[in-house]
Design a protein around this ligand. Structure first.
Ligand code: PEP
Ligand code: MG
Length: 546
């Protein structure tokens, strides 16, 4: 059987499915029916199994993760927890409820202590979930654990889940939800693993099924035959060969230069980006480092990360984005309230402005890192809507010592007043993922509207033209750092529209570099002009791809 979705990148993988377990239903609050002794010993045995599993897992993975898992095992064995659970069972709670409440009350104590202790509160919630799963005899929720390689199938993945995945084991991702610019897709590109998102039939793929994931063809072959697996492995070998072209600087065939930069989410991704020929960093997503943090990171902790990043790129441009919290990237210390439409809620610069102390700390940490490293640091704000917001951000960044400060163009409003914005910002970086979402009113995380979320749409291309025209009139650089830059045909059109740099997941650099080398600047401009006249995304793609 063949299923279809949106393929991310061009990779191919074959392997056995492991599904992301379903979230657990909340602990039942029905009164206890069993006797105290039986219920207490049931929880005791569950705690013991969870602690043993955590220790064994720690020993298997080693390194920093072992220390974290050992600490969790100790928490599960803490006599104070066992005593609290027993008291609650004696007072009438059922086993699940007693375990849930006991861990929740210890988590509350840790949270009130703040700092490192507060960070551990989430670990207690995780142990409680594992204990409840043991009591019910169902798989524990969260990222599955396996010692063998597998293909992960899920409804969708939260950024916090994906941060925990072991990519030495996960060979491909398949999700029911999500569009090509969802954060699952971004992560898959960053890790260079094939992914297909928005696969309608993904819920019917069961654990242990052999599947072939072909991201280039956007297909998932379920219950693949040995011939289909062999064919997939052959195509994968051919792809690997093709990506070994020389790592030249980005340029068109007539020599017109276009910087090819990398999108990164952690300093330790720098080496791989450089190995793939990145000329610098066009987007460093700082919020990815703090998805699990309960409290705002300190200046020192941030400074260490930025220094590590900048040190990897001496003499090169590194564009760091201030925390983009909100929508599908909530940060507990920045976005507190529930919002029905979080993509239209308090996110990006709006959330930072409402918590200016956090923004000041972040800019200070960046300025300190800038002072002790040789990279050319550029700093930008996410989700800026107009020149007043741009002036606020640029003013604050300069006050705190940042030399080059700019804004992301992700809200259509910013493109409509681009001439005013480039008067105050040093540069503009176009986030086509959000710009497309907001222009076409199509949630980037929703499979059902994924076909509407297409950066080839002429409305999006026209906004990009307005931005690059304003930049060129004012002599200010305008780059693209959304996923559109990773589409080789669209990359040519973007250059034709006047953008000055392209930033993408490092795994996309080779294909884009090769595509740029096939056209002159005049040809790129001609393609861009044609694409602008399309009546739909599909027509613009057709007109702009040749
Ligand atoms: C974008 O919106 O295009 C972008 C680059 O930012 P993010 O994908 O992190 O929202
Ligand atoms: Mg964005």
């Amino acid at each position: 059987m063949e299923l279809r979705g949106s393929g991310i990148g061009s990779g191919i993988a074959a392997g056995v499915v492991l599904r992301m377990p379903e979230p657990l239903a909340p602990a039942s609050d029905a009164p206890r029916t069993g006797d105290v002794e039986t219920e207490t010993s049931r929880v005791g045995a569950a705690l013991d199994r969870v602690a043993t599993w955590l220790s064994q897992r720690g020993a298997a993975v080693g390194g920093e993760a072992q220390a974290v898992l050992e600490a969790q095992a100790l928490m599960a064995r803490d006599p104070a927890v066992t005593a609290d659970i027993k008291t609650r069972i004696e007072a009438g709670d059922n086993a699940e409820r007693a375990a849930y409440q006991a861990f929740a009350s210890f988590a509350q104590i840790l949270e009130s202590m703040g700092g490192y202790m507060a960070e551990r509160a989430a670990d207690l919630a995780d142990i409680a979930q594992r204990v409840i799963a043991e009591l019910r005899g169902v798989p524990a929720p969260g990222v599955p654990e396996s010692d063998a390689p597998y293909i992960l199938v899920a409804h969708d993945l939260a950024p916090a889940d994906t941060a925990l995945l072991d990519f030495a084991k996960v060979h491909a991702l398949v999700t029911r939800d999500g569009g090509p610019t969802s954060h699952t897709a971004i992560l898959a590109r960053a890790k260079s693993i094939p992914a297909i998102v928005g696969v309608a039939g993904a819920d019917d793929i069961v654990n242990g099924t052999l599947i072939v994931v072909d991201a280039g063809a956007s297909t998932v072959t379920v219950d693949a035959s040995p011939e289909q697996v062999a064919g997939a492995l052959e195509r994968r070998a051919a792809l690997l060969n093709a990506s070994s072209a020389p790592l030249t600087e980005g340029a068109l065939t007539d020599g017109f230069r276009v910087s090819l930069l990398a999108n990164l989410g952690a300093p330790d991704e720098a080496a791989a980006a450089l190995a793939l020929g990145a000329e610098g960093v066009g987007l460093f997503r700082t919020e990815f480092m703090f998805l699990d943090s309960v409290a705002a990171p300190s200046i020192d902790a941030q400074q260490a990360k930025y220094t590590e990043l900048l040190t990897a790129f001496p003499g090169k441009k590194v564009v760091v984005r201030c925390l983009d919290a909100g929508a599908d990237k909530p940060l507990r210390f920045l976005t507190h309230t529930h919002e029905d439409n979080p993509a239209l809620g308090l996110r990006g610069l709006r959330a930072l402005r409402a918590n200016e102390n956090i923004l000041r700390d972040q800019l200070t940490a960046m300025a300190n890192a800038q002072a002790v490293t040789e990279a050319e640091l550029w700093v930008m704000a996410p989700m800026v809507a107009d020149a007043e917001e741009a002036a606020y951000f640029v003013g604050l960044a300069k006050e705190l010592g940042i030399r080059v400060a700019g804004v992301m163009a992700e809200v259509p409003a910013l493109a409509l007043v681009a001439d005013q914005v480039v008067e105050v910002a040093d540069f503009v970086s176009i986030g086509t993922n959000d710009l497309t979402q907001y222009t076409l009113a199509a949630d980037r995380t929703l499979g059902s509207v994924a076909s509407y979320h297409d950066p080839w749409h002429p409305a999006v291309l026209r906004l990009i033209k307005m931005l690059s025209d304003a930049g060129s009139a004012a002599g200010k650089p305008v780059g693209v750092c959304g996923e559109a830059a990773a589409d080789p045909d669209l990359a040519i059109v973007l250059v034709g529209l006047g953008v000055t740099s392209l930033s993408m997941a490092p795994s996309a650099l080779a294909d884009v570099r090769a595509a740029l080398l096939t056209v002159t600047l005049d040809e790129a401009r001609a393609r861009a002009s044609r694409a602008l006249t399309g009546r739909s995304a599909a027509e613009s793609r057709l007109l702009g791809s040749r």
